[in-house]
Design a protein around this ligand. Sequence first.
Ligand code: SF4
Length: 365
Amino acid sequence: MYSYLYIHIPFCAYKCDYCGFYSECDTGERHQAYLDRLFEEMRAQCGQCETLRSIFIGGGTPSMLSPAEWRSLFNVINECFTLAPDCEITAEANPESLSASHIECWAELGINRCSLGIQAFKEEDRRLIGRRGTLNRLPQIVRELDEHDIVRRNFDLIFNLPGQSLQVWREALLRAVDLGATHVSTYELMVEEGTPLAKRGFVGGDDEAFLRFWDETEQVLSQAGLHRYEISNFAKKNEECRHNLAVWKGGTYLGCGPAAWSFDGSARRGNVSNLDGWLKHAAQEVDVLPVKDRAVEILSFGLRLVKGWQWGEYQQITGYDARELRGEQLEECQRQGLVTMTNDGVVPTKQGLLFNDNLLSVILE
Ligand code: SF4
């Protein structure tokens, strides 16, 4: 039923000042309880998955687990699931907690893609958003990843930080390229309500600044051979993140761990965003939609992708002809300059990517 697996590891060394994700400050004391429950959750799904095309281990900060804990995790993954020979296995990490023994262990376990949460290279920017520790070990980490043939690397970077110049942003992108990025995820700083950053009175940047950063990102990364394939994501050829593509294209994925969501092609089920609640088997949030509405939702998700949809591909996945299902709305989006339709399919324009919310509100109306 599921073709993709996501595992959420909810521990972080500390909470960053901008963080709106679910994670807990790690003391190391709850790892075993977490792993026991995770293994129970995965074992309950034995036989529910097709051959897995990708596994994404995110968080939180997955590199907070020790190499011995990673090995026990993979013992259960291999016990419960069948992995495709070319299964893409991504692990997220923060450079501060990623040791040489982690990397050695990852290579041994078959992890073939690493996503590094850098956010900012410049020390004062890192302090501003509450990133502690340093990036001193980063060049060594990159050498160790190379030595172990984990050459597929994503860098997460945040732009439009308070006072950040385009020059500093350009340097950050080029540094990621120098460090062998095959994929870059770029996010605008979002000042989420209730975070320390919001309490300190920071507000997000304006639209004009956003546009300048957006164009700069595209220019610098495309010159380095990384093309934008989704609103926030850039990759070298064939280096797109398989897990994320599945989410945007209506693929079925199993989510394990607190705050993880699953999608079986019809219903979405979300685990509670609370370690205690999840350990005690708190009920899942269930989002059920009529098949037709789900197909509309999938249509809208796919329009986050630069390539949009081929009509045939969409019909194969959802069983619907997009032009019959949402022809009027797609025409309206085209009139507003948000998409372009051809005989083959529909692609978002630059405006459609930049103002994706507008596009969604028309498609989902
Ligand atoms: S490392 Fe990521 S998940 Fe953890 S606190 Fe920082 S932003 Fe949040």
